[in-house]
Design a protein around this ligand. Structure first.
Ligand SMILES: C[S@@+](CC[C@H](N)C(=O)[O-])C[C@H]1O[C@@H](n2cnc3c(N)ncnc32)[C@H](O)[C@@H]1O
Length: 238
């Protein structure tokens, strides 16, 4: 199946390069430090995005739907943060399934652990690791990453290794933010302050996980959300 979109520029057009500017958090230690500070208030802050029409929970549900999980499946959530995907994933995989949350921030994982304990979920494993250092287990049925993979400098290798761990037909799904493919991209320097608290800077506009997914997976799709500033990409392992 063809991707559901016109071919995007692989990178910003000549002469319209987006500049990183101040506060470009591009390395793992920088990103980790930001999330160590933000963890306590992350869930509340995430809800505030509704005020600008970013339907975060609805987008999560769409992304998880795209995984096509069944009861009893095992799913990896890369950059799981405080575990905002876990309840939706639990609905899909059930108590006999397994959720493995991977994140490089101990403080975010501590919040995730609190959520897991609070719900009494015994089928969730939390792993402190940078995505690029994580060894995907065999016997997994899907991989998800929401609002996190673009923060990993070596996202291409993460997608490739994840694709190798999946069985043919199993799905990798990414929900993340990006620059729109159309003229709206020029608004980015004016709206970037909205996501800067989460270590998102214009420097990340050079990272294109959905293109890496086209390289390492088949039957890839790309659905733009929120005026093209966000997307859900999915693909099947070969
Ligand atoms: C915006 S939060 C998203 C959290 C969660 N996925 C969600 O949808 O609410 C980004 C998360 O990615 C994690 N993260 C950033 N870079 C990472 C990396 N290289 N490897 C693993 N986790 C990373 C951060 O610690 C943070 O918890």
């Amino acid at each position: 199946m063809k991707p559901e979109r016109p071919e995007p520029p692989a990178s910003p057009q000549e002469g319209e390069a987006v500049r990183p500017g101040r506060g470009a958090f591009t390395t793992r230690p920088e990103v980790r430090a930001v999330y160590q500070r933000r963890a306590r208030h992350y869930d509340f802050a995430a809800k505030l995005y509704y005020l600008i029409g970013f339907r975060e929970q609805a987008y999560r549900k769409m992304a998880i739907e795209a995984l096509q999980l069944r009861r009893g499946d095992r799913v990896v959530d890369i950059g799981c943060g405080t575990g905002l995907n876990f309840a939706i994933l639990q609905d899909k995989v059930g108590p006999k399934g397994r959720i493995i949350g991977v994140d490089l921030s101990p403080a975010m994982l501590a919040e995730a652990r609190r959520r897991v304990t609070g719900h009494g979920w015994s089928n969730v494993e939390l792993v402190e690791s940078a995505a690029a250092a994580y060894l995907f287990p065999r016997e997994i049925d899907g991989i998800l990453s929401t609002l996190a993979l673009t923060l990993e400098p070596d996202y291409d290798a993460v997608i490739a290794r994840g694709a190798e761990a999946l069985r043919p037909g199993d799905r990798w799904v990414v929900l993340d933010i990006k620059l729109p493919f159309n003229w709206l991209r020029h608004l980015a320097p004016y709206v970037i302050f909205l996501v800067r608290p989460f270590a998102v800077s214009l420097a990340l506009a050079e990272r294109h996980p959905w293109v890496a997914m086209e390289r390492h997976l088949e039957n890839t799709t790309l659905t733009e959300l929120y005026f093209g500033f966000a997307y859900i990409a999915s693909g099947e392992a070969l």
